[in-house]
Design a protein around this ligand. Structure first.
Ligand SMILES: NC(=O)c1ccc[n+]([C@@H]2O[C@H](COP(=O)([O-])OP(=O)(O)OC[C@H]3O[C@@H](n4cnc5c(N)ncnc54)[C@H](O)[C@@H]3O)[C@@H](O)[C@H]2O)c1
Length: 285
């Protein structure tokens, strides 16, 4: 049940692909809290996923757009304002994709055209989105812009690959634009660094099952799930966080501050054999 935290607010949400998507849960919660929203995703995602079903459920529209296209983004802001009847109060960027990860290219054998795509889709699209919004003056005074990040921006995780670089850039864009947009319009720009979560994008991360288990065992509060992430997004969209900007906010059950936990240690104690190759050489993974 909602608490009317977003009563009277207008928002739009990028990245709801199916009912596992974090953006899907955020869209549902935003409406539950009294907001009017529009949705957007790529034409391909709309064919492959179930974004239209969510739009039907929430009685709204989906505006097809590729977040790397400035023209598409202009269209999204134009049509959303028209449909919602005014300036936008909050925006969620919930977009990530790495062709290198998809094609199993390792970090020491990256394809650079694919790296450009990773950075464009997963990070620069955030800059494009904010720049378009600012030029069109589409965000209301005191509005809130959020993107979703991961702790691999600060620490190295096996297999996260070039997405780590994309997340570092994404968080930097939030700081740089947060300063500029805060100064001129009081608009907040933040990133939420979420626990590993089982979604379509999440399942592309190498060894996601083990990663989920490890981070759950390392976190005093356990992993945060997509619905809990949605709760945090709602607070960040609401007026309760008017003075929070340019931050990367960890929403990870405490994982990012941990070194070793009792539960992880207990798991580790079950086997101390070295991880070796067929010649008995230690694999430093
Ligand atoms: N799942 C996790 O473990 C996890 C953890 C931390 C952060 N995140 C981040 O959360 C965000 C949402 O991912 P998710 O886990 O909900 O997965 P998801 O696969 O449900 O969502 C990813 C979305 O990105 C969209 N997308 C891809 N290319 C696009 C483009 N060019 N233009 C517009 N949209 C495009 C997809 O269509 C999809 O809707 C991503 O930024 C992801 O990196 C996920």
């Amino acid at each position: 049940m909602g608490n009317n935290l977003l009563q009277g607010k207008r928002g739009f949400i990028f990245g709801a692909l199916n009912d596992m998507s974090i953006a899907w849960k955020v869209a549902e919660r935003a409406v539950e809290e009294g907001a009017k929203i529009t949705l957007t995703n790529t034409p391909m995602a709309m064919r492959m996923g179930t974004t239209n079903e969510l739009a039907e459920q929430l009685n709204t529209i989906v505006i097809p757009a590729d977040a790397t296209s400035v023209e598409d983004l202009q269209k999204v802001f134009e049509e959303s304002q028209k449909y919602l009847g005014g300036k936008i109060d909050f925006v969620l960027h919930s977009i990530g994709m790495s062709p290198n990860v998809r094609k199993k290219r390792t970090y020491d054998d990256l394809d650079y055209t694919m790296l450009s795509t990773t950075l464009d889709v997963s990070a620069i699209s955030f800059h494009k989105m904010i720049q378009v919004a600012k030029k069109m003056d589409a965000i209301a005074e005191g509005g809130s812009i959020l993107a979703l990040s991961y702790v691999a921006a600060q620490r190295t995780f096996f297999g996260y690959n070039d997405m780590a670089d994309a997340k570092a850039l994404l968080e930097s864009i939030a700081r740089s634009f947060g300063y500029i947009y805060g100064r001129s319009k009081g608009v907040r720009v933040n990133t939420i660094s979420q626990s590993p979560t089982y979604t379509t994008a999440g399942s592309g991360v190498k060894g996601i099952g083990n990663l989920l288990d490890f981070s759950n065992k390392m976190s005093p509060l356990g992993n945060a799930d997509a619905a809990e992430c949605a709760d945090y997004c709602i607070v960040m969209f609401s007026d309760l966080t008017r003075k929070v900007t340019m931050q990367n906010l960890f929403h990870d059950g405490g994982f990012s501050s941990m070194g070793m936990s009792l539960r992880a240690m207990n798991q580790y104690e079950k086997g101390l054999e070295e991880y070796t190759d067929e010649h008995g050489n230690i694999i430093y993974g």
